[in-house]
Design a protein around this ligand. Structure first.
Ligand SMILES: Nc1ncnc2c1ncn2[C@@H]1O[C@H](COP(=O)(O)OP(=O)(O)O)[C@@H](O)[C@H]1O
Ligand code: SF4
Ligand SMILES: [Mg+2]
Length: 329
């Protein structure tokens, strides 16, 4: 099946004080229609920058290169980075939508939530105000808000955090997108509500054949929704594979470290979880070789010299670590 989204060699650099620093480098991945790709990595690894590049919402000091090919099923793929701003506005909020970690900052505190969803419909030519209101209420019903016609008249502060995130999701699906980018959509929520939101997203995905880029720093959360998983480290893709590849046959030392830090039902809760020593290098301090080298238990001398190539470990399973894979470690 043709890809819905085909990202090729995406690189984002920021120009600060006359210096260019790389926040995301040479990223390539595809998302098929209706597929959920999980994007995981520690804070600062370039996940949000990648998603904002896809939406063309990066600040002006960002320099973006590569291709972001989006195919909405009606004709050939178009490179989002080359579209005129007016064309991009036509896709953003309709074919491609996004939800963020903190719904309170994304919602207007002095506007009824129903009007905010309806506004998203009207902004994209969705008919009269009454029709838009009806569609907003229907979208609130889609995200399992009880008594949506009444709740639509509430202001954001009258709703709980979980309900506000449902409103954001309603706003993101009301125009029936093909691709939803969810950037840490459950990070600000407590565990019970998080589980409900993940279940909701999984349901919407199958109901509307919605493809998703699901971003989280938490591998356990990603495992609940993703079909395939991309692991980012210091702005580069460390590993990409099916959920099974990543969780049962991780090929990159960083992924293995992340997995050890994920609690499972089987782990001994009396022992502290393992963590990976050290921190992600800052964008401007990235070493010339493998970015994970300073923290890696498997490193050899060559690792510090140049960026290692990506190797295909198995069909559809790639890792940027030749060492582990050539030596069968
Ligand atoms: N507007 C900006 N100007 C300069 N650097 C930025 C900007 N936004 C993000 N960065 C840098 O890009 C890198 C990746 O950030 P981000 O994508 O937000 O990480 P993540 O979402 O994985 O936590 C970080 O080093 C961050 O400091
Ligand atoms: S390339 Fe070398 S330093 Fe990087 S992850 Fe593999 S073994 Fe470790
Ligand atoms: Mg982020």
């Amino acid at each position: 099946m043709a890809a819905l989204l085909d990202i090729r060699h995406l690189t984002v650099q920021f120009s600060t004080q006359g210096r260019l620093t790389k926040a995301a480098g040479d990223l390539s991945f595809v998302i098929a229609p209706g597929e959920v790709l999980g994007l995981v990595g520690e804070s600062g690894s370039g996940k949000s920058v990648t998603s904002l590049a896809m939406m063309r919402l990066l600040p002006p000091q960002a320099r973006t290169s590569g291709e972001i090919l989006f195919s909405n099923g009606t004709g050939s793929a178009r490179d989002l980075l080359q579209l005129a701003e007016a064309e991009m506005r036509g896709l953003r909020g309709t074919a491609i939508t996004m939800i963020f970690q903190e719904p309170m900052t994304a919602l207007n505190p002095v506007m009824r939530v129903g009007d905010q969803i309806a506004e998203a419909v009207v902004a994209h030519g969705g008919g009269s105000k009454n029709d838009a209101w009806d569609r907003a209420v229907a979208a609130m019903n889609d995200v399992a808000i009880a008594d949506p016609a009444r709740r639509a008249r509430d202001y954001p502060h009258q709703l709980s955090g979980g309900m506000r995130q449902r409103i954001m999701i309603a706003m993101a699906i009301v125009n029936r997108p093909q691709l939803l980018i969810a950037d840490e959509p459950t990070t600000a929520l407590d565990v019970t509500i998080q589980a409900q939101i993940l279940e909701l997203l999984a349901g919407l995905r199958s109901r509307f054949n919605l493809a998703m880029l699901f971003i989280s720093h938490d591998l356990a959360v990603v495992s609940q929704v993703a079909d395939r998983v991309a692991v980012m480290y210091a702005g580069a893709l460390a590993e990409l594979g099916s959920k099974r590849d990543i969780f049962h046959a991780p090929a990159h030392p960083y992924t293995r470290g992340l997995l050890k830090a994920v609690p499972t039902l089987r782990s001994d809760r009396t022992r502290p979880l393992e963590t990976i020593e050290g921190t992600v290098p800052a964008a401007h301090a990235a070493p010339p070789g493998c970015p994970f080298e300073p923290r890696c238990d498997f490193r050899i001398a060559e690792c510090a010299q140049s960026l290692p190539p990506v190797v295909e470990v198995a069909p559809g399973h790639w890792a940027r670590c030749p060492v582990v894979n050539q030596q069968g470690l």
